[in-house]
Ligand binder design. Structure first.
Ligand code: FPP
Length: 260
């Protein structure tokens, strides 16, 4: 398992984030500003998804996770929900060959029970086709919610205990093994476009020590340069994971190891 809990072990940190998670917000406002229907913003949003995937692969980011549809997005008008479903299917059908050719592994996480069998089958085929790719893992969170994820992991732990017929040890690592993204490290960098500053029930467990970056740029305008700015901001952060600044300085580590 790749998942390592930042509250159990301090992870390795590099200038380029290993894992970037993005809330792609502002499609509707991007369209409204141009007097276009909201859904035109979602269509342009797919172009921005393509640009983000390419830029991450080029920069050596290993995991990119995109929040495409939250468990709460069903509350939107029916026509917009249906449009988003069709857009997802079309994008997947059109892009999967290219993703595969570029060494990208696709995963889709979320409560997929609520999707049509046709969509679920398409997802299964795309995941199987790209399963052995290693350049970048692109995760699409669809009908995903952080609380849903925590609940489904808890349910699995309880089921495991029931099947074992005895209490099982419950600790962070044992729990995280059942999270839907147990195959990925925790995000190093969380980006939200579109000006809002909230987490909106995204990877609640995994964001414990993630660096946050908010931008007013609407998702359809978030291009490779914008991603570069987010990564540059990340590179300037001091990630302490609960330690003090002095503990991170190389000379203080050396001083600690000198005999008194
Ligand atoms: C938020 O903008 C965006 C969404 C709810 C959908 C995001 C979907 C895509 C970018 C396209 C499909 C994705 C893939 C992976 C193929 P909003 O509608 O909330 O914008 P607003 O805040 O301006 O109203």
């Amino acid at each position: 398992m790749t998942y390592t809990s930042s509250t159990v072990r301090v992870p390795e940190v590099a200038a380029v984030p290993r894992h970037i998670a993005i809330i792609m917000d502002g499609n509707g406002r991007w369209a409204t500003q141009r007097r276009l229907p909201r859904v035109a913003g979602h269509t342009r949003g797919v172009d921005a998804v393509r640009a983000a995937v390419e830029a991450c692969a080029r920069r050596g980011v290993e995991y990119l996770t995109l929040f495409a549809f939250s468990s709460e997005n069903w509350r939107r008008p029916n026509e917009e929900v249906s449009f988003l479903m069709r857009l997802f299917v079309t994008a997947l059908e059109r892009e999967i060959g290219k993703l595969h050719a570029n060494g990208i592994r696709l995963r889709v996480v979320g409560d997929l029970e609520r999707f049509d069998e046709k969509i679920r089958d398409l997802i299964r085929r795309a995941e199987t086709k790209t399963a052995r790719n290693t350049r970048l893992t692109l995760t699409i969170a669809a009908n995903y919610g952080g609380r849903w994820d925590i609940m489904q992991a808890t349910r699995k732990l309880v089921e495991q205990a029931a099947a074992a017929g005895k209490p099982v040890e419950v600790n962070e690592d044992a729990f995280a093994e059942h999270l839907s993204m147990a195959y990925a490290p925790e995000p190093d960098l969380f980006i939200r476009t579109g000006g809002e500053r909230r987490v909106s029930n995204f990877l609640l467990w995994q964001l414990a020590y993630t660096e946050f970056y908010f931008t007013d740029t609407f998702w359809p305008d978030f291009d490779a340069d914008a991603l570069g700015h987010a990564i540059a901001s990340y590179a300037e952060r001091e990630r302490r994971f609960g330690r003090t600044s002095a503990q991170l300085e190389p000379q203080s580590q050396n001083a600690d190891s000198l005999p008194c």
